[in-house]
Design a protein around this ligand. Structure first.
Ligand code: CP
Ligand code: NVA
Length: 304
C-alpha cells in the first residue's frame, strides 16, 4: 500500500481530520494521567530541518519518545542534502531506513518531490506555502476552549503567508467562514482564494475582518526567509496589529491565536498576547505535541 502523506490539510478528509483532533484530545488526557501509548516502539522519525524551529522540533521529538520511538534531527549543514544530493535520492535512501519523515523546507515543490519518492509517510512541518501541522494544533485548541469550529467566523489579520494558506484549507475542511485582511500586495494565493470563495472573504480592513469573529489569528509580518524585507514590511503592516481594540469588534468570547514565535509590538500587542482570558497561545503551542502524535499514529495506520 502506498504511504499516506500529509503535505497539506487537503490530504486528509474532513472526517479523518476530525478523528485526528479527537484522538489528540484523548492522548493529551491520557498523558496527563500518566498513561503511556508506546505503539511506536522501535519506530524512527527522520526530521529534516532547512529552517529554524523550536516548537516543531521539540514537539515531534518529544512526541516520538513518548510513543516509544525515536527521532533523528537532520540539518542541511551536516547532511548531503545541504551539499546538493538530489531530493529524490535522499527520499529513496532515508525512507528505507526510517518509518516516517518530517520536513521543514522552503519551496513546497521540494516536499512534493520528496514525498513522490518516499516509501514512508512524509509530513509537512512548514514550507513557504503551508503549515498544516500548526492548524491541527489551532483547531484542537479551539475545540478545547469553545467547541467545534463549524459555522464559526475566523479572522486572519496580517500576511497572506503559509499560515494564512493553511487557514484557508482549514476553513474548507472544518466548514468555517474565514475573513482575511492583508495589506495590499500581501494577499494570499489568488487560486486558493478562488477555489474557496464560498468560505473565504477578503476584507478591506482589519476591523471589517474582525467584526463578529469568534477567533482571531495572526502571524509574524516577515516569515523565515524574508528577513531582509523586515523593515519594509513593518511600514506596510503598521495598521495590522492585533490588540484589544481590534478584538473589541469580535464577539466578546472570541479567542486569539498565534503560531509563535511572536513579535510583540508588531503583529500583536504585548497586552493581548499576555491576556490569559483572550489569548490561548500557550495551549496552542502545547497542542502541537498532542496533535502531531495523533497525526503520526493516523498516518502509520493509513499506510498499513
Ligand atoms: N509555530 C512553529 O512552527 O514554531 P517553530 O518555528 O518554533 O517550530
Ligand atoms: N509564517 C512563519 C511561521 C513560523 C512558524 C514563517 O514561515 O516563518
Amino acid at each position: 500500500m502506498a504511504a499516506k502523506h500529509f503535505l497539506t490539510l487537503c490530504d486528509l478528509s474532513s472526517a479523518e481530520l476530525k478523528g485526528v483532533i479527537d484522538h489528540a484530545i484523548t492522548l493529551k488526557a491520557e498523558l496527563r494521567e500518566g498513561q503511556m501509548n508506546t505503539q511506536f516502539k522501535n519506530k524512527v522519525l527522520g526530521m529534516i530541518f532547512e529552517k529554524s524551529s523550536t516548537r516543531t522540533r521539540v514537539s515531534f521529538e518529544a512526541g516520538m519518545t513518548q510513543l516509544g520511538g525515536s527521532a533523528i534531527f537532520l540539518s542541511p549543514r551536516d547532511t548531503q542534502l545541504g551539499r546538493g544530493e538530489p531530493v529524490e535520492d535522499s527520499a529513496r535512501v532515508l525512507s528505507r531506513m526510517v518509518d516516517m519523515i518530517m520536513i521543514r523546507t522552503f519551496d513546497h515543490s521540494t516536499i512534493e518531490r520528496f514525498a513522490e519518492y518516499s516509501q514512508v509517510p512524509v509530513i509537512n512541518a512548514l514550507t513557504d506555502s503551508f503549515h498544516p501541522c500548526q492548524l491541527l494544533a489551532d483547531v484542537q485548541t479551539y475545540v478545547e476552549h469553545r467547541g467545534q469550529p463549524q459555522g464559526k467566523t475566523v479572522a486572519w489579520i496580517g500576511d497572506g503567508n503559509n499560515m494564512c494558506h493553511s487557514y484557508i484549507n482549514a476553513a474548507k475542511q472544518w466548514d468555517f467562514q474565514l475573513n482575511i485582511s492583508c495589506p495590499q500586495g500581501f494577499e494570499p494565493d489568488e487560486g486558493l482564494i478562488k477555489a474557496n470563495k464560498d468560505r473565504v472573504n477578503l476584507c478591506a480592513s482589519p476591523v471589517d475582518a474582525a467584526r463578529d469573529a469568534d477567533w482571531i489569528a495572526t502571524d509574524v509580518w516577515a516569515s523565515m526567509g524574508q528577513e531582509e524585507e523586515q523593515a519594509e514590511r513593518i511600514r506596510h503592516f503598521a495598521n495590522y496589529q492585533v490588540d484589544h481594540e481590534l478584538m473589541s469588534h469580535a464577539h466578546s468570547d472570541a479567542i486569539f491565536m498565534h503560531c509563535l514565535p511572536a513579535h510583540r509590538g508588531e503583529e500583536v500587542s504585548t497586552a493581548l498576547i499576555e491576556d490569559a482570558e483572550k489569548s490561548v497561545v500557550w495551549d496552542e503551542a502545547e497542542n502541537r505535541l498532542h496533535a502531531q502524535k495523533a497525526l503520526m499514529l493516523f498516518l502509520a495506520e493509513a499506510g498499513e
